[in-house]
Design a protein around this ligand. Sequence first.
Ligand code: SF4
Length: 90
Amino acid sequence: MNTPINQDRRRMLKLGGTALAMIPVIALAAKNDGMRSSMKYKDSPEGDKACADCVQFVAGKGPNDAGGCKIFPGDTEISPKGYCVAWVKG
Ligand code: SF4
């Protein structure tokens, strides 16, 4: 039965679905500035030492994608070509 209340409810559900579909999917990226600073992190290697070769590195999707570091909680922007003073050969 199509009562006015049911029609209103349907219209609201439709609008709600449309609104949800319009919310962009944003990949949440974050940096742990405190750890970066205290460990003197930089986005470039130190000689032949780079995050990609460090035991603490958590690789991203691809070999050149940013990843994480086991000692930088919440940081998802660690460059595989980066470096910090905590580097240990992996
Ligand atoms: Fe890179 Fe330092 Fe983490 Fe090693 S400890 S992966 S060098 S940020």
